[in-house]
Design a protein around this ligand. Structure first.
Ligand SMILES: Cc1cc2nc3c(=O)[nH]c(=O)nc-3n(C[C@H](O)[C@H](O)[C@H](O)COP(=O)(O)OP(=O)(O)OC[C@H]3O[C@@H](n4cnc5c(N)ncnc54)[C@H](O)[C@@H]3O)c2cc1C
Length: 535
C-alpha cells in the first residue's frame, strides 16, 4: 500500500506537531506515530519552557547560561538563534491555546520559575504538567486541520532513499542521496506500507530506553537516530547523555520524574541521615547543573552504599507545595509519600540525549529532503550538556525554521513527484517461535549500558560494553532477517544501534567534559577535544 503527501512527519511530540501546523499551510501533511498520538516525551515534561520574558532578564543572560552548561561545545550562532526566537514561540503557543500558569498578581503576568543553571527566573510552565498542556493544545489544533492526517500505531521502519530504488534496478534521476519517505509498519495488521513525501521529517524524540533506569516513556527507543544512521545521516555527540538527578525511587514507579523546579523552589538534597551534601560539591549547591548534581548523588551513593538519596521540600508551606506541584504531590501521596511532610526518595536516571542527527540551522540533515527536529537532532544548542528546559524551546524554534526552508521545496517542486517506490520485501521471513531472544537482548542492552556506559565511565568498562554490543548486534541481525518484524524487534534493533553509537562516541572522546565523565581522562582538554564527535 502506498500513501502520498507533501510532508511525512514521523512522530507526534512537540517537534512533529508544531511543524505540522505550519507545514499544513504549504501542502498536505501525514503524521505517523508508533503508539497513540499523546504517547511522547513531550507529554511528560513537567518543568516548563525556558525563554526570556521578564524585563529583568535578557537574551545575553540566557545565552551565557546555555553556553556555561554546554561546557565549550555549544554552537554560539545556534544558541543565539534559539534564545532570541524563544519569546515569539511562546506567544505562538499561547495563540494555539496553551494555558500557562500566571502569577496571580494585579498584572497577572506569566509565572516564571527557575531551574538549575539558570541565572534568572525564566521558565514558563503550566503548574507541573507543562508538556501535557502543550501536547493537548497542539493536538487539538492538528485534529481541526483538514490538511493533516495522523496514523496512530504506525511505526517507521526505515527511510525510502534513492539508493533503495537503485538497488532494485529502478532508475531515478538523483545525483545525491535523497529521501522519499519511509516504510512504516502498521502495528495492528503487520503490513509494511510505503509513505511517500517530498519532505520527510524525523521527530521521533530521544532514547532513554537504552538505559535500565530512565525518566523517558516507552516510546523513547531512539528509532529516528537508528533509522537516520542506517540511511547514512551524520550523527554527532552521542556520548553526551543527560542523567536527571532526581527520578522517584520506588518499587511501584519505574520512571517518575521529580522536577528540577522543586529545587528551584527551595527543595534540598539530603542523605539518609538528613545531611545536606551539595555544598560539598558546587557553589550553586542544589541548583548546580544536572551533570554535577547527578555525579554528586552517584558519588554519595557509592560512598554510603545507600540505594537512594532524598529531596526535601517539606519546609515550604504545604498549600504552596500542593498548588505549585499538584501532579508530583498526588503521585507521591498515592505511594504514601506526603511531600509536604517528608523527603522524597530519589535516584539519577537517563533523561535526555544531547547528541543526535546532525542538522544545520534549518533542521536539514546531510540527506536531501530529510529534516530532523527535536530530541532526535543535534543542532549545536546543547553542546556537552543541556541547560534545563531548553529542549522544548529548541524543538519549537527549529520546527519554525524547518518549515520556512522546506515550504520552498514544496512550492519549487510543483508536480514533480517520487516515482512508485519499491515495495517492502519481507523475503521468506516467518513468525517467530523464539521471542525470548528479543526480550533477553532488550534487557541485556539496557543493563550493560547502565553498568558500563552510565554517569561515570572508564576505558575498561567502555571496551567491555563494545565487545558485548557487537555480539548482540550480530544476534539481532540474524534474527531480523529470519522473522516477521514486530514493534519489539524493531525497537530492539534500534536501541542496540543507538547503544553502539553512544559507546563508539564515548570511546572516541579522550577527556571529560559536560555529561561525559571518564575516570581515565578526568580533565577537560580544550586543546584537543573542543569539537563535536561525528559518526
Ligand atoms: C519526564 C520528562 C520531563 C521533561 N521535562 C522537560 C521540561 O520541563 N522542559 C524541557 O524543555 N524538556 C523537558 N523534557 C525533555 C522534552 O520533553 C523532550 O526533549 C521533548 O519533548 C522531545 O520532543 P520531541 O517532539 O522531539 O519528541 P517526543 O515528544 O518524544 O515525541 C516523539 C514522537 O515520535 C514517535 N515515534 C518514535 N519512534 C517512532 C517510529 N519509529 N515511528 C513512528 N513514530 C515514532 C513517538 O511515539 C512520539 O510520538 C522532559 C522529558 C521527560 C522524559
Amino acid at each position: 500500500m502506498e500513501i502520498r503527501s507533501d510532508y511525512l512527519i514521523i512522530g507526534s511530540g512537540i517537534a512533529g506537531l508544531s511543524l505540522a501546523l505550519k507545514a499544513a499551510s504549504a501542502g498536505t501533511v501525514t503524521i505517523v506515530t508508533k503508539k497513540e498520538k499523546m504517547d511522547a516525551s513531550t507529554n511528560f515534561a513537567q518543568g516548563g519552557i525556558a525563554s526570556v520574558l521578564d524585563p529583568t532578564d535578557s537574551f545575553e543572560l540566557h545565552i551565557a547560561d546555555t553556553l556555561e552548561a554546554g561546557a565549550g561545545l555549544c554552537n554560539e550562532e545556534i544558541v543565539e538563534l534559539v534564545v532570541t526566537n524563544g519569546p515569539d514561540m511562546i506567544h505562538e503557543l499561547i495563540a494555539f491555546g496553551v494555558n500557562f500558569s500566571h502569577d496571580g498578581t494585579q498584572t497577572d503576568r506569566l509565572d516564571l520559575t527557575r531551574e538549575g543553571g539558570h541565572s534568572r527566573r525564566r521558565i514558563v510552565h503550566t503548574q507541573d504538567l507543562t508538556g501535557q498542556e502543550v501536547e493537548r493544545a497542539l493536538l487539538h489544533n492538528v485534529e481541526m486541520n483538514e490538511n493533516i492526517e495522523i496514523f496512530e500505531n504506525h511505526m517507521a521502519v526505515d527511510l525510502i532513499t534513492a539508493s533503495k530504488f537503485i538497488k532494485r534496478g529502478i532508475s531515478i534521476n538523483e545525483t545525491e542521496e535523497t529521501c522519499w519517505g519511509a516504510y512504516v509498519l502498521d502495528i495492528s495488521t503487520g503490513e509494511v506500507k510505503s509513505f511517500l513525501a517530498g519532505v520527510t521529517v524525523l521527530t521521533t524524540g530521544g532514547a532513554g530506553k537504552v538505559y535500565l533506569y530512565t525518566t523517558n516513556p516507552d516510546i523513547a527507543t531512539g528509532d529516528g537516530l537508528a533509522i537516520g544512521y542506517r540511511a547514512g545521516a551524520r550523527i554527532a555527540n552521542m556520548e553526551f547523555v543527560q542523567f536527571h538527578p532526581t527520578c522517584l525511587y520506588h518499587p511501584l514507579e519505574k520512571s517518575f520524574l521529580i522536577s528540577e523546579a522543586l529545587r528551584g523552589e527551595g527543595g534540598r538534597l539530603i542523605d539518609k541521615r538528613g545531611n545536606h551534601f551539595m555544598e560539598r560539591y558546587h557553589p550553586l549547591k542544589d541548583l548546580a547543573t544536572r551533570d554535577i548534581v547527578a555525579r554528586s548523588i552517584d558519588a554519595e551513593l557509592k560512598k554510603s552504599g545507600d540505594e537512594c538519596v532524598y529531596l526535601d521540600i517539606s519546609h515550604r508551606d504545604p498549600d504552596f507545595i500542593r498548588t505549585r506541584f499538584p501532579h508530583i504531590y498526588k503521585r507521591c501521596l498515592g505511594l504514601n509519600i506526603d511531600i509536604t511532610q517528608e523527603p522524597i526518595p530519589v535516584v539519577p536516571a537517563a533523561h535526555y540525549l544531547c547528541g543526535g542527527i546532525l542538522t544545520d540551522k534549518r533542521g536539514k540533515t546531510n540527506i536531501h529532503n530529510l529534516y530532523a527536529l527535536g530530541e532526535v537532532a543535534c543542532t549545536g544548542l546543547h553542546g556537552a550538556n543541556r541547560l534545563a528546559s531548553n529542549s522544548l524551546i529548541e524543538a519549537l524554534v527549529f520546527a519554525h525554521f524547518a518549515f520556512e526552508d522546506s515550504a520552498r521545496l514544496i512550492f519549487d517542486k510543483g508536480d514533480s513527484k517520487c516515482p512508485p517506490a519499491p515495495l517492502w520485501d519481507s523475503g521468506s521471513a516467518t513468525n517467530s517461535d523464539e521471542s525470548v531472544v528479543v526480550s533477553h537482548n532488550w534487557d541485556e542492552v539496557r543493563r550493560l549500558m547502565w553498568n558500563y556506559v552510565g554517569i561515570v565511565r572508564t576505558n575498561k568498562r567502555l571496551d567491555r560494553a563494545m565487545r558485548r554490543i557487537e555480539v548482540i548486534q550480530q544476534e539481532i541481525k540474524d534474527y531480523y532477517w529470519d522473522f516477521n518484524i514486530t514493534r519489539d524487534l524493531l525497537e530492539l534493533r534500534n536501541i542496540a544501534t543507538v547503544a553502539e553509537l553512544i559507546i563508539t562516541s564515548a570511546r572516541m572522546r579522550k577527556e571529560s567534559r559536560g555529561l561525559h565523565y571518564n575516570l581515565d581522562y578526568p580533565d577537560r582538554d580544550d586543546a584537543n577535544w573542543r569539537h563535536d564527535t561525528v559518526i
